[in-house]
Structure formats: structure tokens, C-alpha cells
Design a protein around this ligand. Sequence first.
Ligand code: MG
Length: 169
Amino acid sequence: MSTDPGVRVGTGFDIHAFAEGRPLVLGGVTIPHERGLAGHSDADALLHAVCDALLGAAALGDIGSHFPDSDPAYRGMSSLELLRRTAALVATAGWRAHQVDCSVLAEAPRIGPYRDRMRRAIAGALDIPENRVGLKATTAEGLGFVGRREGIAAHAVCLLVRITGTVAP
Ligand code: MG
């Protein structure tokens, strides 16, 4: 019988459309911008992608199955809180996040000035060192919905490791 290596990898992806009259919250950071993102919670597409990466790695479904947007309890909720709750769900299954890497696709605003604050916010919610959170940003060169400045998309990958003393199912 093979020994389980005690690691799991997961991916996450999310898209939110721009909307007038809302603050732009991305990676747990409020960024000055003329529009925010539409959504039930704070619409933080980057953190939603990270949540799905954790859930995917633990094979625990997706963010919509745990925090449905039909539930008024999640209206306007900080996605940092959703990420903390996601980490707790994953921990209940015996896993903890070891490393996360993400990409943001946006024509505007520029992410660079906020990158390290976002990395710190994600690392804080997952209780891991900041140097285990990668964050890149790219434009779409004017192509597609991102290029038309209709919304923001984000990808994330997460590596989970088995919490010491637990046995992988
Ligand atoms: Mg979302």
C-alpha cells in the first residue's frame, strides 16, 4: 500500500463585473478606483479564487456551496472573513494551507502598488508567512471582458499539507 504524501493541490478562479457606486476591494485591500465590483459579499474576486483553491485542494466543494449568495448572512461580508472561515473548514478536514500563488487579470487599476498589502492580508487570514503568498497581475491587452474593462478575473493555486497527527482519508 502506498503512503499518502500528505499534500494536496487546488485551483480557484473567479470573475466579478465592475459596478458603479461600490468600493473596489481586492485581496482584502480597498483600492481607490472609480468603480468597485458587483457581488453579494464585498465581491473580492481574488480572495474568492483563493477560497476555491483551498476548498478544491481539500475536495470540499466550492465557495458557493459553503457561503451561498442566497444567504443574507453573507451580504456585504468581508471576503477576508470568508477566507478565514474557509481555512477553518479545511482545518477541520485535517489540512492547512502551506502556500498560495495567485494572478489578477485587470486592465485597471494597477495592482503593483497594493501587491504587498494584499499578500500580507492573505497570509494573515491563512496564518502563514508572507513569503508563501505569490501575487502577479496582468492586463488582457485590450482583449475580452477584462480588456473592455467590464470586470476583473483572478486565478489561484494552493498547496495544502496534512496537519501533524491527522491521517489523510
Ligand atoms: Mg466571487
